[in-house]
Design a protein around this ligand. Structure first.
Ligand code: 8X3
Length: 250
C-alpha cells in the first residue's frame, strides 16, 4: 500500500530534499510551507497532484494548521510519517543583544508550531502505526556562543521526541530526533538576515552537510523494519568537531 509522508517546511533546504527523496521512493507526500509558488513548483517536480499535495499556511497559526489538515483530500488523508522539519534560527548575537521578536519567531515556530502539528496529526499517525521524525540540531546537545534561544528550542524538540516515545508506547508509532550540524541551506540566509557574504564565509572550505544527506538519513529511518526505532541521530560534516571550553580571564 502506498504510504504518505507529511513534510513541514518543504519550500527549501531539508524539507525540499526530504520530499524529493520520499517521492522518489514511491511515497505520496504532503508538502507544507508559506510560499504557494514554491509549493506548486515542488508538486510539479514531484510528479503532480497524484503524488504530492500542497498545504500553504503559517505553522505558527494553530487555526490555519487545523484548517489545512482538515482540507486534505481523501487520497492524502492518511498520514504514515510526519516529518517536523519547519524551523528557523534568527541571529547569532549574544543573549544580551538579542531582539525579542527574533526569539518569539523561533519559539513560535520551532516549539509551538511543531507541538501543535504533532498533536493535530497524532490520531492519524496512531491509526497507521506511523513515524514521527523531528528535526532538532546539534545545538540541542552542544551550547555555543549565540545559540541561546535557538539551542533551547532544539533541546525542546529533542526531549519532546523522547517524551512522545514514552506516551506512544504500545501504539506502534516510532519517533526519531535528527540532530544535524553544519549544513548548507537557506536556513543560514535566514539566520544571517540574508547576508550572502556571511553565508559564503561560513561554508568556505568546510564541505558542509547537504540537504540530501539529511534526507538520506531520514529515509533510512523510515525504511527500517517496523519493530526498529532510532531514538536519535546526531550528524556532523567531517570538518566539524569540538573546540576547548572558553575561559574568560581578568
Ligand atoms: C543548525 C546547525 O551547527 O548551526 O542547527 O548549530 S548549527
Amino acid at each position: 500500500m502506498t504510504k504518505t509522508a507529511l513534510i513541514t517546511g518543504a519550500t527549501a533546504g531539508f524539507g525540499d530534499a526530504i520530499a524529493r527523496r520520499f517521492a522518489h521512493e514511491g511515497w505520496k507526500v504532503i508538502v507544507t510551507g508559506r510560499r504557494q509558488e514554491r509549493l506548486d513548483a515542488l508538486v510539479e517536480a514531484l510528479g503532480g497532484p497524484e503524488v504530492a499535495h500542497p498545504l500553504c499556511f503559517d505553522i505558527r497559526d494553530e487555526a490555519a494548521t487545523r484548517a489545512a489538515l482538515e482540507s486534505l483530500p481523501e487520497g492524502f488523508a492518511q498520514i504514515d510519517a510526519l516529518i517536523n522539519n519547519a524551523g528557523l534560527a534568527r541571529g547569532t548575537a549574544p543573549a544580551q543583544d538579542c531582539d525579542l521578536d527574533d526569539w518569539r519567531a523561533m519559539i513560535d515556530t520551532n516549539i509551538t508550531g511543531l507541538a501543535v502539528m504533532t498533536r493535530l496529526t497524532l490520531d492519524r499517525l496512531i491509526a497507521r502505526r506511523g513515524l514521527i521524525v523531528n528535526l532538532a540540531s546539534i545545538a540541542a546537545n552542544w551550547p555555543y556562543p549565540g545559540g541561546n534561544v535557538y539551542g533551547g528550542t532544539k533541546a525542546f524538540v529533542q526531549q519532546f521526541s523522547l517524551g512522545l516515545r514514552s506516551d506512544l508506547s504500545g501504539t506502534g508509532v516510532r519517533v526519531t530526533s535528527i540532530e544535524p550540524g553544519l549544513s548548507e541551506s537557506e536556513f543560514t540566509l535566514v539566520r544571517t538576515g540574508g547576508d550572502k557574504a556571511a553565508y559564503d564565509k561560513l561554508y568556505a572550505g568546510a564541505d558542509p552537510l547537504q540537504p540530501e544527506d539529511i534526507a538520506e538519513s531520514i529515509y533510512w529511518v523510515a525504511a527500517l523494519p517496523a519493530h526498529v526505532n532510532i531514538n536519535s541521530i546526531e550528524i556532523m560534516p567531517v570538518s566539524q568537531s569540538w573546540a576547548p571550553f572558553q575561559i574568560h580571564r581578568e
